[in-house]
Design a protein around this ligand. Structure first.
Ligand code: WTA
Length: 653
């Protein structure tokens, strides 16, 4: 553990409270707190009762098998998530309901019903089979916010082919790493996507990645950007040539509850991303129930989760949770400032969006742009707002509620992780008195806690580490192909409890305030990036001898990446090299990981045992008073770095 969260600056001066409005509570899916007691009394029975509301081909024999740290839920049961998201609703007469209103950035739109989605998912599943994909084969998906991405995820789930979605902002190298690790047999991509008024080419990146991916036999390509692309006749096939000619029936495969649904790679504390493994039955129950409770979803809601489908939020709360609940969702392809900074608000108005779920970074950006953009639209359809991905500062929370939520909508600040699969700590909007900046308390059936170094629950008013004490249905089942790393990362800090890697505080009322990572993982605009990944990209440049990367606070993106670079002898650090280093990170990882500032220095501050003092670098980056530096082996370097940091930090957006 890198830090003592009790030492983390106490930002909890917030005293405002927002009780749920009686009108809201009266209509809420969860209207009183008895659900917490119910879960407390009989955890397994609680989840089993909810599991019964889904379709199972065969019911489970045992709710939970817990061989620490490996859980199995609904053991012996068989089901299919695609069936539960689609067929079940169509069979119940809900086929005409819109599953998604999709909005393309240039202005083209499509609304697809549950019945249509089911047909297209079946066609895609048959198309995958024609390309040789069978149950158990892995499929990589590197495609933009188009309906085909969702259709492909559901098609894979239908035939039992685990998929791994790689966010389209990742570079060819990152994509290749994920394909190597997952051993994917097929890659789904698009020619390009629309971003801020231009076409962003994707297939060239995918082609580049595939040069080193012998496991991938075929590449299925969606036409979206219309940009020219190279074509490999043996390997590549257009979606529009293959899928529409397939039969639109494809029986959903009867899958074991523990059948692998997907892998999603996330940054850890080393340079190698971890393949987080999720399975079918427990994930279905966990995501759907939390979606219903936290977002209070009703049949006539229009629900917009504005995350990218490439991150876990997209998996659980754009695709599987909402579809399992027969929700009408909204998906938008592009950036919030195209053609102008009111794009989101014009979409909310046009479609009557009633629930909006997004990241604090987006909220802070809108705040910066000014109230006139939301102000020029009718946002009265909104009745609930949510946030996820990083701590939200009270100021942004209040702005969100006032300016977007007409000063009346509840806000659900939801804490969870790629690993948890489902929301773990969040208000229930009809029940919980909220406080701006606090995720409040664990959901029913979730035993999250804040503990000290010894694993003992901290008293009210104290800080500690966020942990989860009992298994939950959507929990990760491991790190793909690396049980040792799974045990070491999550289960070795404390005996028998899950270590989340976040610092948190419990206030005088028992509310949890998540403060952010306590390990070497940064959170930039809600994206997890490890310092080690960026350091390894930087030292991969021939001019760089050593580097240290820290996350420093940033008013908009939460954290910003600050790099300190020691150059090889004789190399001069100039603007040109700065640009090259940024480009190197963009190529190795993705454009969203480019450092915001890079400082060239003769040396890095180190302890006598040679460990880089990151805390000190963070203090320097945040212009904080520096503590004692006498334990350093090379104390004079600090003054030099300080000087260089103020002189030229090579800032670049
Ligand atoms: C952070 C995103 C404060 C946290 C769903 C966690 C949050 C990491 C919140 C997981 C929140 C997520 N308040 N911090 N409401 N939600 N985080 O895997 O540091 O991309 O460990 O999952 O985001 O990020 P991931």
């Amino acid at each position: 553990m890198a830090e003592d969260p009790d030492a983390i600056e106490n930002l909890l001066q917030e005293s405002r409270v927002f009780p749920p409005l009686p009108d809201f509570t009266a209509q809420a899916n969860v209207a009183d707190s008895s659900i917490y007691d119910e879960a407390e009394q009989d955890l397994e029975g609680f989840w089993a009762r909810h599991a019964e509301t889904f379709h199972w081909f065969k019911k489970w024999d045992k709710v939970l098998d817990w061989q620490l740290p490996f859980a199995q839920w609904f053991v012996g049961g068989t089901t299919n998530l695609s069936y539960n998201c689609l067929d079940r609703h169509v069979e119940n007469g809900g086929g005409d309901k819109v599953a998604y209103h999709w909005v393309g950035e240039p202005g083209d739109t499509r609304s697809i019903t549950y019945a249509e989605l089911l047909s297209e998912v079946c066609q895609a599943a048959n198309g995958l089979k024609e390309l040789g994909i069978e149950k158990g084969d892995r499929v990589a998906i590197y495609s933009p916010m188009v309906l085909e991405t969702v259709i492909a995820m559901l098609a894979c789930a239908r035939i039992g082919a685990p998929f791994t979605v790689v966010f389209a902002g990742f570079s060819a190298d990152s994509l290749a790493d994920r394909i190597h690790d997952s051993g994917a047999k097929l890659l789904l991509t698009a020619d390009g996507s629309n971003r801020r008024g231009s076409v962003f080419p994707l297939k060239p990146q995918a082609d580049e990645a595939l040069k080193s991916c012998p496991t991938v036999e075929r590449q299925l390509v969606v036409r979206r950007g219309g940009n020219e692309v190279d074509w490999d006749e043996q390997r590549d096939v257009w979606w529009h040539d293959l899928i529409p000619r397939q039969s639109d029936t494809c029986p959903a495969e009867e899958l074991d509850a523990e059948h692998m649904l997907y892998l999603l790679y996330t940054s850890g504390t080393t340079a190698k991303p971890k393949g987080i493994k999720h399975t079918t039955g427990g994930y279905m129950v966990g995501t759907a129930m939390t979606h219903k409770w936290v977002f209070d979803v009703k049949p006539d809601d229009v629900y917009w989760c504005a995350a990218d489908v490439g991150w876990v939020t997209g998996h659980s709360y754009i695709v599987f949770g909402p579809l399992a609940n027969h929700t009408t969702g909204l998906m938008y392809e592009g950036t919030p400032d195209f053609p102008d900074k009111d794009r989101w608000w014009s979409i909310v108005e046009e479609y009557g969006v009633s629930i909006l779920y997004c990241a604090p970074t987006a909220i802070r950006t809108f705040m910066k742009w000014g109230d006139e953009y939301p102000g020029s639209h009718d946002l009265s359809s909104l009745r609930l707002l949510g946030t996820v991905g990083e701590p939200i500062n009270p100021e942004a929370w209040i702005w969100y509620r006032k300016v977007i939520g007409s000063d009346k909508t509840p806000i659900v600040d939801t804490w969870w992780q790629t690993e948890t699969g489902m929301i773990m700590i969040s208000p229930l909007p009809g029940v919980t008195v909220t406080k701006p900046g606090s995720a409040t308390r664990p959901l029913p059936g979730v035993s999250a806690d804040v503990v000290d170094k010894n694993g003992v629950s901290v008293p009210r008013g104290h800080g500690g580490y966020l942990v989860i004490k009992k298994p939950w249905p959507a929990m990760l089942r491991g790190i793909y192909g690396n049980d040792e790393r799974y045990k070491k990362t999550y289960w070795s800090e404390y005996e028998g409890i899950y270590f989340a890697g976040d610092g948190a505080k419990r206030d005088e009322d028992g509310y949890i305030w998540v403060l952010g990572r306590v390990d070497d993982v940064m959170n930039v605009s809600g994206h997890r990036i490890s310092t080690a990944e960026i350091e390894s990209a930087l030292v991969g440049h021939p001019s760089v001898a050593e580097s240290a990367v820290v996350g420093r606070s940033d008013a908009t993106t939460g954290q910003a990446i600050a790099a300190f670079v020691v150059l090889r002898a004789g190399v001069k650090g100039d603007e040109n090299l700065l640009a090259q280093l940024r480009e190197k990170v963009s190529e190795d990882i993705g454009r969203f990981a480019k450092p915001k500032s890079i400082v060239f220095t003769e040396d890095l501050p180190k302890t006598r045992s040679g460990k880089i003092m990151r805390r000190l670098l963070r203090d320097i980056s945040e212009h904080r008073q520096l503590g004692d530096v006498t334990t350093l082996a090379n104390a004079p370097i600090v003054a030099e770095i300080l000087e260089r940091s103020t002189e030229s930090s090579g800032e670049d957006d």
